[in-house]
Ligand binder design. Sequence first.
Ligand code: DAH
Length: 360
Amino acid sequence: MTTDLDALRDRLVSAVEEAADLAALEDLRISALGKKGEITAHMKQLGGMDPEQRKQMGQALNQVKAHVAKALDARKAVLENADLEKRLAEERVDVTLPVAPEPVGSVHPISQTIDELTAIFSDMGFTVAEGPDIEDDFHNFDALNIPPEHPARQEHDTFYLPPVTEDQAHMVLRTHTSPVQIRTMMGQKPPIRVICPGRTYRADYDATHSPNFHQVEGLVIDKATHMGHLKGCLIEFCKAYFEVEDVPVRFRASHFPFTEPSAEMDIGYAKRDGQIKIGAGDDWLEIVGCGMVHPKVLRNCGLDPDVYQGFAFGMGIERIAMLKYGIPDLRTFYEADVRWLRHYGFAGLDIPNLYEGLSR
Ligand code: DAH
């Protein structure tokens, strides 16, 4: 009899150990230990036995039952664990994937400087004006009081474009941003307050000159504008741009055909450890040409100089970027060297503004 029970136990235990999933295991539990299960059926026969036999069989059956129950628990734990592992594998999220694309590009110092200029001057009520890179003689020279025989024409190292047809006048690549002054005065009524940043071209190439470079032009036209406004505006600009509270400036008399009087503004700097530090110091750097718009230029644009006056200024964007960010060589601006861009570039979403600081 006990050998029968041993066989029963072994059969049930091995069936349990081989159960493929939790549902099969539950079926096995019911068929062994349930109300109509095999072991239960044996238990039911105990009632018809004599006391000695019942005791022996009862004990043996209880052992079989305990054995099978233990095997069921063990297999259940294994299957549940496997189930969990399977779900974990299926629902796995690859946390090593980048959430957002890595920031790869950076803002070029020229773009950054234009954004900074725009932030500063828009705070003073200026808007941004633009003009074409390919200009005619009138806008680039004549209207600016630079007639054909004027020596300033030679100084400009102009790139002339071949005429498209024989009777067409040649066009030029603009040698400065000053033609945008002309376009603005001819295109809108005073009061005018604009800055005009953009590309400019001259046939010149060495360590401090590039055939393509950038300038920013400023123009203010109103009924009572004077030299004091010009000085105040440029001093404010220098403080904001160089982010220095006290910038020593000096204005030197100069000459430009399109302004009268004309001046150049210098800013003070000191050299420390071979680096230029803008602010109080023993040396001066010229950064901007400026003056009161020449009456002839106003007239060329249809404005009456007895009613309107104004000031203009122009400066090189690379130059002021080099000074602020300690960039030693002009040519590196255009080499598209990724290492240089990584070093001198700016984060894409940090758009310069005056309340958070221009160059964070
Ligand atoms: N157009 C001049 C140049 O390219 C720069 C300049 C000087 C612009 C004085 C101005 C100005 O508006 O007033 O050298």
